[in-house]
Every structure is written in C-alpha cells, then in structure tokens.
Design a protein around this ligand. Structure first.
Ligand SMILES: Cc1cc2nc3c(=O)[nH]c(=O)nc-3n(C[C@H](O)[C@H](O)[C@H](O)COP(=O)(O)OP(=O)(O)OC[C@H]3O[C@@H](n4cnc5c(N)ncnc54)[C@H](O)[C@@H]3O)c2cc1C
Length: 464
C-alpha cells in the first residue's frame, strides 16, 4: 500500500539544532532534530527531502539504545515519540500501534483487557519503532522469540517518501530487513502486533540463589516459568554468584488480583543531573551486591509479583545512567551458542583479572534465531555487562571479548553497541550481505544513516 504525502505539512515541523546521545551517555552528537506531530507530517517531511542534498537522516524513538544507533552527527534525526495512536482488537488479540507508543503504554491498555505484549525488554520506556528496529528480546526468548516474531505487518516510510505496508508473510525480505535493521531501511510508522492471552498482571516467581556461573546456567535451564533471568555479582568474593528467577503468568480470577498486580512501574526517585561519578565505586556496589544477594531468598517458589515490578526493576530510578557521572557507561551484551559456555567463563575471568569494574551483569538463555539477518539472539546464552566508560583498559578488554565471541559464532548486540568495528561486525553477522542488498533496494537514494551504521560499516559512507 502506498499513500501520497500531503504537500506542505512537512514544513510545519520545527527543526531544532541540538545534541543527542545514547542511553549510556558519552559524547553528544550535533544533529538537527525534527519531532513529527503526526504520521503525515513525517511523510511529507521525508518526501520534501527528495533530490535535495542532505547529510542523511535516521529515526529516533525513546533513546534507550545505549550507543550511537539513534543519532547521526551533522544529520537529521526524526523523533517519532509523538506518534501515539493505538487501537486494540480485544477479540482478535492484536494491537495496531504507531511507532512512538511505548511498551509501557501498550501494557496499560492491553493487560486490563486480558492480553499481554508477548515480548517486553528490561525497561517499559521503549517505543514500538525502537523495539522492531532492534528486534528486541525479553526474559522469555526461549519460548516467545523476539518482538519482531509477533509483528504481523508494519508501515515503513521509505526514502522515496512512500508509506509501504509490509506483511510478515507476503513481504518477507523487506519485512525482515526492517526487523533488526536499526532504522536503516526507513522509518517504521505503525505496526500490528499479535498479543498473548493472559488473566491479569500478576506473575508467579520462583527464585534461587546460585553460587557461581555454572549454578546460574543450570538454574536457567531448570523447568519452570518462561521469564528467566540471572543477576550475577561480579564484585564479591565469589564472582559469579547470583540470583536466578523464573516467572510465569498466573491464571487468577479478576477478584484475586491484588494491588501488586500492576503491568507497569512508576519512578520512585530521579538521579539529579550533576551526580558526582565518584559515588559509584567498586566498594559501594560491592556492598550493595552483598545486600542484594543476602536479601534474596535461598529458594522460594510461587511468590506473586506484578509484571511491572518484575520486568522493569531499573525503571524505579529515573535517569539512572547519571550514577556513572558525566562520561556514562558502556553496556557490552554478547550472545554465544549453546556448547560454548567456556566463552562466558573466559569473559568473566578476564574481566575479574582486569581493573575494569562491572557494576551490573545479567545472564539469560536464548532460543532459536529468526529470519531477520541482523537479529541478535541465537540459541544459547546472552550476557550483558555494565561498566563505566572511563574505566582504564576497557577498550582493549572489549576488543578481546569480541575476538572470543566471534571465534565461536557469537555476536554483540547492536542496540547496546558504541565501539564495534566493520570487520568484527561482518564476522558476527554472516547474513550482512543479504541484508545490505535488500536495504540498498529500499534506500537507493542512501538517505538513511546513523552513527552506528557508518561506524560499523553497516552502510557505506557516501555523500548524497
Ligand atoms: C534499562 C534498559 C533495559 C533494556 N533491556 C533490553 C532487553 O531486555 N532486551 C532488549 O532487546 N533490549 C533491551 N534494551 C535496549 C532497548 O530495548 C533497545 O535499544 C530499543 O531499540 C530502544 O528503543 P527506543 O524506542 O529507545 O529506540 P532508540 O534508542 O531511540 O532507537 C534504537 C534504534 O531503533 C531505530 N528506531 C527507533 N524508532 C524507529 C522508527 N520509528 N523507525 C525505524 N527505526 C527506528 C533507531 O534508528 C535506532 O537504530 C534495554 C535498554 C535499557 C535502557
């Protein structure tokens, strides 16, 4: 389906010269930011760019990718956060949402109607557009796959100014190049998402304390709920000890749902803008981790907890990356196939021997990969590590991790990345050529670019 652009309305969008950065902080990129109030404004704006010289453009959602995926130095950043229309089909179990609707906003509408967003990330503040562009995964990847797996169709605004309707079955190539395509095939304007049937917002949570990485791997594989995650303490005397939770939806009648059963969570505090970096130190985090480990039950079964509290624990503290100070943090998220668990041991060992402190480490299991060439998950394990960007030796350490990961057919998550180089990217994503061919067809004009795309060589650098 193509729709004509409304002439002139694109000019009504104010353009702001500003600086933006990823969720991990760090250097701010100078950009021109245009916040489209509605989809037809966005379409008209892109149509107006036709044939004119420009430094390129990229879509931006909630800015929750950690690195430089949603920015383009010197270019146009199309802010999609005002595209907020959504329509629930409560009988068919689908929701059609515009790109700027967040996962939290979806949950607020669909859960009371008896439906669940089938894949949610670790924060509710992610837009539908960003969720598809990064093909996000949740704690239930083993059973549910990625977010893109549940998208039936999406509206893609191309560099030619056309709004295409891409059906997941009929337009497989263009659809799956867009799912996980990091905004480089065009702007996702809307999506129709299949929902999962639930009764209420309560989860039943099983918890186990584990002594080390092997304990965590075993607990993640044990029978139990589909939402599985391990928090690991990498600063304590026993590195790799942690807490594993496995949660499932409970089928309680409406009357039995309690106030705890909320689908989202509110921020209880906000980190002020000029938080001194020195307050977050290995000693303070070590003490916090000790407390967190000891307060967790050794073994607990069936505790009832709301979706919001369980899924989005970090959202209770607004602007938490400020804890890391002005330079921010790097999150390194790797995936390695089943059978290559030795890489996880090597990574944790090398991290421990280095002087780089890791303040948060999260391990999850992954199920099968999907049809999207740039989708991150592959059957095996994923480990996410948060480290201060200014830590001495961080760059060399992560280069070494890249080698270990690539050598076993693993990869690094582009939505978290701020440092991957072209050769490493090509080694980690073997279907890159296939993706590039479809992308080039969709964007023959070469409009869509991002700092991530240029840095990693996802797209060739060329001036228009
Ligand atoms: C606390 C926290 C926890 C997280 N947990 C998880 C997790 O469990 N699993 C997971 O997979 N990810 C997780 N993430 C990462 C996050 O889900 C992704 O980075 C997601 O892409 C962010 O969405 P956004 O709306 O903020 O997009 P942005 O960060 O603004 O953009 C991300 C990418 O999407 C593109 N994009 C955004 N909107 C559009 C659009 N309308 N059309 C086309 N392209 C678009 C951008 O160009 C960019 O390439 C987490 C992030 C945080 C901060």
């Amino acid at each position: 389906m193509t729709a004509p652009a409304r002439r002139g309305v694109g000019d009504e969008i104010p353009r702001l010269r500003t600086r933006v950065h990823g969720w991990g902080g760090g250097d701010r990129a100078p950009v021109t930011l245009a916040r489209a109030p509605a989809a037809d404004h966005l379409q008209a704006l892109v149509a107006d760019l036709q044939g004119k010289p420009s430094a390129g453009a990229v879509a931006r959602g909630m800015g929750r990718s950690y690195g430089d995926a949603a920015q383009l130095t010197g270019g146009l950043v199309l802010d999609t956060t005002q595209l907020k229309r959504l329509e629930l089909d409560p009988v068919g179990g689908t929701v059609t949402a515009q790109a700027g609707v967040t996962i939290g906003e979806l949950l607020t509408v669909v859960v009371p109607a008896g439906w669940m967003v089938p894949v949610v990330p670790g924060t509710q503040h992610v837009s539908v557009g960003g969720a598809i562009a990064a093909d996000i995964h949740g704690k239930n990847h083993g059973s549910a796959g990625t977010f893109g797996t549940h998208v039936e169709a999406l509206g893609l605004l191309t560099s030619a100014g056309e709004l295409l309707e891409l059906d997941s079955a009929r337009d497989r190539e263009r659809f799956f190049a867009t799912v996980g395509g990091m905004g480089l095939t065009g702007v996702i304007v809307w999506a129709r998402i299949r929902l999962h049937n639930v009764r209420g917002a309560l989860l039943s949570v099983d918890t186990d304390r584990v002594a080390d990485l092997d304990g965590a791997l075993a607990a993640l594989e044990a029978p139990g709920g589909e939402y599985r995650v391990a928090w690991l303490d990498l600063l304590g005397g026993r590195p790799g000890r942690g807490v594993v939770t496995r949660a499932r939806h409970v089928d309680l009648p409406a009357g039995a749902q309690t106030a705890r059963g909320r689908a989202t969570v509110g921020a209880r505090a906000r980190v002020p803008p000029r938080w001194p970096a020195g307050l977050l130190r290995p000693a303070t985090v070590r003490a916090h981790n000790e407390l967190r480990f000891r307060l967790a039950p050794r073994r607990e079964r069936g505790r009832l907890e709301g979706i919001g509290r369980h899924m989005f624990p970090l959202d209770v503290l607004d602007a938490w990356p400020r804890l890391y100070g002005r330079r921010g943090l790097v999150q390194y998220q790797l995936a390695v196939p089943t059978g290559e668990e030795h890489v996880l041991r090597s990574v944790l060992g090398e991290l421990r021997r280095s002087r780089v402190p890791c303040y948060l480490a999260v391990l999850k299991d992954f199920g099968a990969t999907n049809d999207a060439p740039l989708s991150f998950p592959l059957r095996g394990w994923t480990l996410a590590l948060d480290m201060p960007r200014h830590a001495t030796g961080l760059g060399g350490l992560l280069d070494r991790f890249d080698e270990l990961v690539a050598a076993v057919g693993g990869r690094v998550y582009l939505a978290k990345d701020s440092r991957l180089r072209p050769a490493t990217l090509a080694a980690m994503y073997p279907r890159l050529g296939e993706w590039r061919r479809v992308r080039d067809e969709l964007d023959s004009d070469g409009l869509w670019r991002s700092d991530l795309g240029v840095r990693t060589g996802l797209i060739p650098w060329r001036s228009r």
